[in-house]
Design a binder for this molecule. Sequence first.
Ligand code: T1G
Length: 702
Amino acid sequence: MSEVQSVKYAVEDGVGVITIDNPPVNALGPGVREGIMQALANGNADPAVRSFVLIGTGRNFMAGADIRQFGGARPVSTRTSAAAIAASAKPVVAALHGYALGGGLEHALACHYRVAARNVRVGLPEVSLGIVPAGGGTQRLTRLIGPKAALEVIVSGRHVEASEALRLGILDEIVEDADLRAAAVQYALRAAEVRPLPSAQGDVLKPLPADELAALFEAARKSLSRKSRHLKAPLHALALVEAATSMSFDDGVALEQKLFEELENTDEAKALRYAFFAEREAAKIPGTSGLAQPEPVRSAAIVGGGTMGGGIAMAFADSGIEVKVLDMSQEALERGLKRIRDNYAVSVKRGSITQAQMDERLAKIRGVTDYAGIGDCDAVIEAVFERVELKQEVFAKLDEVMKPGALLLTNSSAIDIDVMAKATRRPEDVAGAHFFAPANVMKLCEVVRGSATRIQTIARTMKMARDLGKVGAVAGSCDGFAANRSRTPMMTEMMLMLEEGALPEQIDRIMVAFGYPMGPFAVNDMSGLDVSYEGRKRRAAADPEYRKLHIPDRMVEMGRRGQKTGAGWYRYAEGDRTPHPDDVVKQVIAEVANEFGIAQRTFSDDEILQRALFASVNEACRILEEGKAYRASDIDVMWLYGFGFPRHRGGLMYWADSVGTPAILAQVRQWHERYGKRWKPSALLERIAASGGRLRDAVPPQ
Ligand code: T1G
């Protein structure tokens, strides 16, 4: 947008009102910084102007720098336009609402005062993009609220809501008046009388004694080297907060610029920017552009109050949406509701929610034992055991009781949506809403299209997921849909490498070194080895060619189902979740290898990583070829939010591009010769390797 359009300036009762108007989020796109500086120059040269207000239109104050501009030239930096505000001879009042993030908050911090509507969310989220604030924000915020609070806010990159921002000292006032602009103008008129102006460098440093400062930064460094061992940005952010307590403002701002430039084009920053946009791309559903906005889901029902059903019910309650849990017996219902109460109680004990929030959320959850009790809900999510006949029975019942237009959703992780849809007279309203355990924590909601599902049903289910604070991504219906189907080959190869002599602890070490928070075997011990056992049995019964996984089958049959039985891939001491390698697992591997005549060998770390991930890359290409995902980046979103794939590597397909499709194809071809059919190269992989294209841009054949 041209300068005139994205920044408006008008004088009102002696106040120069500078309005940012750059939809959809008031990012600092082309012309915005220049427009702010021009307005300041005009107002400071105008004797009729006594002070300024800086405000945004639409839903937000300002969402920060335009992320799409990174890596390219930027005519004016945030540092420069923020400095112009700070240098204004007349006071500038920031009037914040919605989001004030990154460079947006940095402009507000350069103002002399900050007032805000109660819906404001402020933050410096730059570290989540692999960079650091570069508009003076680390230097001003640290001086304004003190190093301890600033360190936590800047290194975490989190959003801070109004009352906390006021308490910390980021805001001067919360405006209850519905007309933020009018209130800010009045505030600016009063500010015009105050002399001297408060420093816009926030020179009032909330000092900490030197030894406390040293301890603060030392502890933060230790924690970051553990928690963010793969990321550079958080440590650089820490260094900038430290600089604000020891360097001059100008030197601190110069250091900000230097560290920002060091990070802006790192692989980590590029991957994190890709992940940011991939998540938003996943929300775009082909064929919905001309449709009306989907109605929100204002009430929901969950059929089956087990672990998954209870977690999904909590996700609704956490989002303030009324939810009913239906179970067939009072006893089963009570068990499920108790599990929910216990989960909330643990969160209260940990301090992640207050008792009042727990009570508020529990009040949103009601238990029923009769289908008639849920008919009025906008959506119902079936979360009963993964048995086809049971699901068909449930959907036939739902078809009888649910009001017209209700979403009839299944949380199934693999059963074909059409199986449920065919049990109803309204297959167009049936879709998958596949949550990932624990459903109230994991962000991914895989929305699955049946062959008869209306696109409006998909759009409304995606909106429901977003309203639950989830990240939605759409899959077509097939065995395992897109998320689990693309991940299964990785797990299969890992299990088969065990048969050849690899060990769970070796594979876990390699995957953690790659960036996963936990190794897949440790995760499997947590979720339970029996969970996938039934699915493998179902596949073996249906497909005589199905390659059985002898070792995990044997572990389950031995009763080693993971943490819940004190032993799985690892051994656990009573009441302790620390995984300990167990010789029993080595014995099982040796027995299976002996029984099936499998030669034992050693593996390099590279082979383990490549055999695991290349198998999934190949399967993801097949999923795209079959049109079971809209785009490759949707599969990346599923891996990031469903499986904890390291975000600084962008996603499975983004990472594969960093390896190079020709190298991947050559290796897949080798394993195809050695191991047979499951390694057959996908046509899409062959096509992209030959064309030199990028996997992350791949879409189904049109
Ligand atoms: N730049 C470019 N596009 C952006 C954008 C940004 N900062 N923020 C959002 N968009 C696009 C987004 O891709 C989507 O596009 C549309 O706007 C709606 O976004 C100098 C260097 C503000 C909380 O990290 O966190 O400032 O898909 O769906 O759910 O020191 O957007 O419609 O085509 O997310 O209401 C720091 C990033 C930048 C904030 C709103 N700022 N944005 O959430 O909408 S670095 C950020 C968000 C910086 C300074 C440094 C969220 C939001 P499309 P949306 P939302």
